[in-house]
Design a protein around this ligand. Sequence first.
Ligand code: NAD
Length: 369
Amino acid sequence: MNATYSNRRRFLKAATLVAAGGPWLARFASTARADDTGRKLGFALCGLGSLSTHQLAPALLKTSRCRLAGIITGHPDKAEKWKAQYNIPDKSIYNYDTMEQMADNPDIDVVYVVTPNALHAEHTLKAAKAGKHVLCEKPMETSIERCQLMIDACNAAHRLLAIGYRSRFDPNTQECIRLAREKVFGQIKVIEAGFGFRIGDPNQWRLKHDLAGGGALMDVGIYALQATRYLSGEEPISVTSLETKTDPVKFKEVDESITWQLKFPSGIIANCSTTYIANGIDFYTAYAEQGNFGLNPAYNYEGNRGARSDGRPFDFPPTDQFAAEMDDFAQCIQQNKPSIVSGEEGLRDLRIITAIYESIRTGKAQDLA
Ligand code: NAD
């Protein structure tokens, strides 16, 4: 045990004894001290599938405030591989049944939940119970009630919760938000946004309602929905939507193609679409009184491109959105402030998604005010 670690443990013990505020205060006192020593926050990836393997683990190596400290996996063979590749100690390797034992592991500060959508609540609750902060992939969960459970669990444990809305950390998106907020082209009147791709393997969890909670809308339409909210800076007051299925066999359990229209309090309308049957739909444009601006592609991991109707340049250096997102969450924890992509923000999207499905079911506009 090194000196820093031993000091930290002594400090933690003392803080726990004196802190009238209980574990919350003690925890943040310890984190503040850890900051002083330049300690990076330990992240444990929960679910070692495609995103964890190809994006998150490599991105963690690019962060300045985080490090890969642990893993949670149901596959012992994956555990062996990751252990060797990332030098993860045995004591920081868990499965979904043992993850609550992380309570005894001070190397892990944050659990990053990267499992299928309908397991996010289960894994978030276990992480919070173990006293860990939670960064959870989008969509937050599959229902409003389950999102609320996650928020309540993290609040009860005095831990921060954030959702993996990586686009918010793309400088191209941030520039569009600036153009919108500063009304550089005047008041926005209409937003067009769409995200879709052609999904392959018909047997994957994304096409199973029990694990995915929905189809294209839950998976990628949510990016277009987010865009309309961060560009308008408002919450929609109503939504009307329509679903089309061209392949009722493959998309027996989940939605394939949906269009929806949102109305916002200032009068902005947003026309959106999502699909699981075609590649290349990946954009948003905000049409304002004196011009327009937007991104195409808009939601890729890299290579998003902006354009403004006045022809002025829109150039930003490549950024790893995942690294920026994790560093931002670590900073929120270190500075004890909520994330801009909080659990409440994830819940807002689930509320609108639920209304979109309800509008499809009833054939009527849904009130969101
Ligand atoms: P994936 O199928 O590649 O990985 C899922 C992991 O969960 C696997 O390791 C699998 O073993 C594990 N798992 C645990 N219990 C399971 C069960 N009962 N059934 C199936 N798998 C189970 O999926 P992914 O693409 O890594 O997506 C994981 C999460 O990340 C999803 O919520 C998805 O929406 C999100 N995601 C976000 C982005 C983004 O850009 N932010 C991109 C891809 C995926």
